[in-house]
Design a protein around this ligand. Structure first.
Ligand code: ADP
Length: 611
């Protein structure tokens, strides 16, 4: 984990994040203006805060002379009681106005922050979905989810809990020093004598606080990871009686996280008290020298009061600098994590001259197609194939021979390293992705359903689908009957990843989804694997109906499913070793025929053993 030790180390990252997100902030210029004005008003009013008291001191309690009263308000002989009333009212109004300004700067920044973050998060999510599978296969999905959710949140939160107070503190400090210097330069220098000590204590302790809180977070992460690991595998933990072993590890991590948390609090308390003492030291110095100036008539008692109040108000926030800078470095880290994803270019993207594809007829040509995931291992080694619209193609052969990879290329999830893949005579890279992929439907071995109703799952991504169309698709997929038998029918919400349905039911919903899309090209990747006999029959029948009049690619281990295909490709190690229809391949008596006879014999054995 990145360990930031000081704000100077954080600054470049923070600057990069700020530059990248600035255009989004600029779009919200009206909010920016409101928060800027409110922020300046807040600072100004903080500076004004002790002035009514000064007036009471100098002109009511200890009236100096008439001339000064005249100087103050441009009128001679102002009644001290009127002055007192004005001062008292000013105290209330300054504080009231400050409250309003503070409220608006917080609220407008909060709105600005959420709007910007909503935009950034949307962009991030869209971008992540567009990034190639190659990127996703290397990235950890948990980590990407954290980037979309908590990193984006943290960035927004920190704007309010660190950047705003930090800016207010720095501006207040600068303005107060300015006013103090205007009142009395020497006294200002004296009150700043303790300033280097402030700086020293704040930097030293802040650094230690940050590193302690970083360690605390790491330990908290470990505690959470242990809990997540054991709870997600609770069946295994209980079955192997690992409860105590996990509880011991958890206890140990919990204790050390606790120890770090106490250490963070101890250091923060240390800093707070140090600052208190330094403020007291500054106050003593100002009082000592300021009172002497008052006695010498070089300064008014009210001025000394202003100095003392400034000293307390301006330096107190220094205590929180550690907190703010710590948060800012976390914000920079989160922002950079988001930027690193946003700057990632998708490997597969539209060519500049790509055009929207017309509605496909469904002919597919592969010409000397080569592909490799990594440069050192070629997965597809020169595949050639010509498919007429509406033909059924079966891809068979041992696992790892490249069948699914070939289909990924058809969907343009990856681009070939050499050769061409054409649909209706045109290289698929000439089409925009947006117009290519919606024309191909996929049914996978374990079809993924979303945690939504069955109706929504069938019509996913199809705007305005009618109930009749959905039902027709479900009937085609042999799914209507089982759906109607569910307590809430089409409105039944399936669990995450469709976990509340059986494998066969999930497949049939997926087939209905493919039927809804009415695409000219269909990819079926082991759609019946892992199903029991009855489900397999229902799914196979649904698939036959689905495949009618569509160019269909079926990847299967079950050669009986492949027999009706117009062309069967037997693949081994990235090459097509045999090609033809079932009877041609049986006549050839090659690996396909051998495998087919073997599977038939096994099936016969199974039937006999049941008899
Ligand atoms: P099949 O579908 O015939 O079982 P695949 O197309 O899934 O074969 O895999 C072909 C080869 O490519 C295998 O050796 C597999 O390990 C490898 N492979 C598959 N996906 C990836 C990937 N994302 N990155 C690297 N290698 C992969």
């Amino acid at each position: 984990m990145k360990q930031s030790t000081s704000i100077s180390q954080t600054a470049p990252g923070l600057w990069r994040v700020l530059c990248a997100f600035w255009p989004y902030v600029q779009q919200q210029w009206s909010l920016l203006l409101v928060s800027g004005i409110a922020l300046l008003a807040d600072v100004g009013l903080r500076v004004l805060e002790p002035w009514p008291l000064k007036i009471v001191f100098d002109y009511v309690l200890i009236p100096v002379n008439d001339a000064e009263t005249t100087d103050l308000f441009g009128q001679a002989n102002l009644d001290p009681i009127i002055l007192l009333t004005i001062a008292v009212l000013s105290i209330v109004s300054v504080t009231g106005l400050r409250a309003i300004a503070g409220y608006w700067s917080t609220v407008s920044l909060a709105i600005l922050g959420s709007r910007v973050m909503a935009q950034v998060r949307n962009r991030l999510y869209r971008h992540l979905q567009r990034l190639s599978l190659d990127y996703h296969s290397k990235a950890r999905s948990g980590d990407l989810i954290v980037r979309v959710s908590s990193d984006a949140n943290r960035l927004q939160e920190i704007l309010l809990t660190a950047a705003l107070p930090l800016v207010v503190s720095v501006l207040t400090l600068a303005s107060m020093i300015g006013v103090m210097a205007w009142l009395d330069f020497k006294l200002t220098l004296l009150s700043l004598v303790t300033f280097p000590l402030f700086g020293f204590a704040a930097t030293r302790l802040s650094r230690r606080i940050r590193s302690a809180s970083l360690q605390q977070r790491q330990r908290e992460g470990a505690v959470a990871a242990t809990a997540a690991e054991s709870l997600s595998a609770i069946k295994l933990v209980q079955a192997l009686s690992l409860e105590d072993a996990f509880a011991d590890v958890f206890d140990q991590q919990n204790r050390s996280s606790l120890a770090e948390s106490v250490e963070t609090k101890r250091l923060a308390a240390n800093l707070e008290r140090t600052v208190d003492v330094l403020i007291a030291l500054g106050t003593a110095l100002v009082l000592w020298y300021g009172a002497r100036l008052v006695i010498q008539d070089a300064l008014s008692p009210g001025d000394v009061l202003v100095f003392l109040t400034y000293l307390k108000n301006a330096f107190k926030p220094v205590q929180n600098f550690a907190k703010y800078t710590g948060r800012l470095s976390k914000a920079a880290a989160s922002g950079e994590r988001i930027l690193n994803v946003l700057e990632q270019k998708p490997d597969v993207c539209d060519r500049t001259d790509a055009t929207p594809a017309p509605i496909f007829k469904g002919s597919v040509q592969l010409q000397n197609l080569h592909f490799a995931y990594t440069p050192d291992q070629e997965i597809l080694k020169g595949i050639n194939l010509s498919v007429q619209p509406g033909q059924q193609i079966a891809l068979v052969g041992p696992s790892g021979s490249g069948k699914s990879t070939l289909m990924s290329l058809l969907l343009r999830l990856y681009d070939p390293t050499a050769g061409q893949l054409k649909i209706d005579g045109q290289d698929i890279r000439d089409y925009t992705l947006e117009s290519l992929r919606p024309q191909i439907s996929v049914v996978l071995q374990d079809s993924l359903l979303f945690a939504a109703t069955i109706r929504e799952n069938i019509a996913y991504g199809i705007a305005g689908a009618s109930d009749r169309e959905i039902e027709a698709a479900a009937r085609l997929a042999n799914a209507h009957q089982f759906i109607m038998a569910l307590p809430r029918g089409y409105d039944t919400v399936v669990g995450e990843r469709g976990s509340t349905l059986s494998g066969g039911q999930r497949q049939r919903v997926a087939i209905a989804r493919a039927a809804m899309r009415r695409t000219p090209i269909l990819i079926l990747d082991e759609p019946t694997s892992g199903l029991d006999n009855a489900s397999e029959q229902a799914v196979a029948e649904a698939l036959r109906r689905l495949a009618q009049n569509r160019t269909t690619f079926l990847i299967t281990h079950d050669l009986h499913l492949a027999t009706p295909a117009d062309q069967i490709l037997y693949m081994e190690q990235g090459q097509v070793v045999e090609q033809g229809n079932h009877s041609e391949l049986m006549r050839k008596n090659g690996p396909y025929a051998t495998l087919f006879r073997m599977q038939s014999a096994i099936q016969d054995d199974v039937i006999l053993s049941h008899c």
